[in-house]
Design a protein. Structure first.
Length: 480
């Protein structure tokens, strides 16, 4: 069989030890892999490359399209973005898959409950787009970007992943009761697509209740699909249910490239001690082999891992330093068990995963009608709401725009509501077109901004869009 090239990045800290363990096991399984080793992370940052990812590594990944990667450190004081995030963004690995299942011999408060679930996390949008600004010297903002395209890709992948693993349900976890446009977009997309998978049960859960239910009754979940930040939090929670990050593998999947890694970090204080648990990295290698269609080798490794744990060969994070197997010793035991299976702990049967085929066209939603109904102008101001509101009303007294409200951190403060609000110096002035049938023109907007600039420092502007008659903006607390 022809060898399949895979880019191998050992990473930082304990990365070399856990990646080498996984690499040895993959080779021992007979998987026809040709490893193409490259660097990324701390050592690259120290060489003066701000991204932490050199061009030869990028070229290798572009060629192989599959990566097995150890944890990468983002050093403090040099470098810029996380090298992990750089790789995910460069190759648009839009889905993060994080399984969590109960393991034999690994005692937890949930042992015997049969936990076997997967968090499917959107991986490139949301707050992790990293678009932040200081609105004033004392007020920061972060833009939460959710697209219909991003939602469709992650929802379809969640259902296809459930099919590939023979799972029976997909739960969508959002905060759509509060963020009705952003988190609500994932919920609406999920509800539109779910009927295309009639054999799979689908349900929605508010994300804080999902966290509650995961602690209370985790066995009710099979696949959870969610947004980026929610998924980051929930997937760490689920790994804690089954023994910790040492047992948490992950896959970053895109239309063109797949990156497989452990969820845990580089743990530099343990580097070189040969004591770290490589299970998460081994699990990532198993996920990689399934992605490559090497199901026989993947099953052999998973079964050998389960048998090894069942036999009581455990690492220091489970049984302590005195009784713990070394990293290399644990890998040796798994290699010795290749070909063995446990009747009590069978590996799951898998089918090939079908990745969603979403058009590359940037425009996925095309409304029949659109209108600009007004504008939000965000202002830095050191006075009170009455002073600001009255001054702004005077500015627009003879214009096509009327000041509807002024709010502070999302709560209306002008016109006054009669309740106390502890304000900061970042305000939003919401203007609406006086003519209900009219539309805000760019020339009228520029006139407004010119007038505002004479007496106020504005920080940014958001048009108030209506699409097919529906408002494309939220209301402030207390706005009617």
């Amino acid at each position: 069989m022809a060898e399949t090239p895979v880019t191998l990045i050992h990473g930082d800290g304990i990365g070399h030890e856990v990646v080498s363990a996984a690499q040895r096991i993959v080779d021992a399984s007979g998987a026809p892999i040709r490893w193409d080793e490259h660097q990324a992370g701390a050592e690259v940052f120290k060489q003066g490359l701000p991204s932490g990812v050199p061009q030869d590594t990028i070229d290798s990944i572009s060629s192989t399209r599959v990566v097995l990667k150890g944890p990468l450190e983002t050093p403090i004081g040099f470098g810029e973005k996380s090298a992990n995030v750089t790789l995910r963004k460069l190759f648009e690995t839009y889905a993060n898959i994080r399984p969590a299942r109960e393991f034999p011999g690994v005692p937890t408060p949930y042992s015997g409950r049969g936990i076997d679930l997967v968090v499917v996390r959107e991986n490139v949008e949301d707050l992790y787009a990293g678009i932040e600004h200081m609105q004033t010297p004392g007020v920061a903002q972060c833009l939460k970007l959710i697209s219909r395209k991003g939602c469709e890709k992650i929802v379809r992948l969640a259902f296809e992943f459930a099919r590939a693993e023979g799972r029976s349900s997909v739960a969508c976890a959002t905060k759509s009761n509060i963020m009705k446009l952003t988190e609500g977009l994932l919920k609406r997309t999920f509800e539109e697509i779910a009927p295309e998978y009639p054999e799979i049960e689908s349900w929605h859960v508010i994300v804080d209740n999902a966290a509650h239910q995961l602690v209370k009754r985790p066995e009710q979940f099979d696949v959870i699909v969610t947004t980026n930040m929610n998924g980051d939090i929930l997937s760490d929670l689920t790994s804690a249910l089954v023994g910790g990050l040492g047992f948490a593998p992950s896959a970053n999947l895109g239309s063109d490239v797949a990156i497989f890694e452990a969820v845990h970090g580089s743990a530099p204080k343990y580097a070189g001690k040969n004591t770290i648990n490589p299970t998460a990295m081994i699990g990532a290698a198993v996920m990689m082999l399934r992605h490559l269609g090497m199901f026989e080798q993947a099953a052999a490794i998973e079964n050998a891992l389960l048998v090894t744990l069942e036999q009581g060969t455990l690492t220091r994070d489970v049984v302590g330093d005195e009784r713990g197997a070394s990293t290399t010793g644990f890998a040796d035991a798994i290699i010795a068990n290749l070909g063995n299976t446990s009747p009590a702990w069978p590996a799951r049967e898998y089918r090939p995963l079908v990745l969603p085929d979403i058009p590359r066209d940037p425009v996925l939603v095309r409304p029949a009608m659109r209108r600009v109904a007004g504008v939000d102008v965000f202002v830095e101001f050191g006075g009170g709401p009455q002073e600001l509101g009255q001054a702004v009303e005077r500015l627009v007294a003879d214009s096509p725009l009327a000041l509807k409200i002024v709010d502070n951190r999302g709560t209306r403060v002008y016109p006054a509501t009669g309740t106390p609000t502890d304000c900061v110096d970042a305000w939003r002035c919401r203007f609406v077109v006086r003519d209900p049938a009219g539309e805000l023109s760019d020339s009228d907007l520029l006139t407004l901004l010119s007038r505002m600039a004479e007496g106020h420092r504005f920080t940014h502007v958001e048009k108030l869009h209506e699409f097919d008659g529906q408002p494309g903006f939220s209301k402030a607390q207390g706005e009617d």
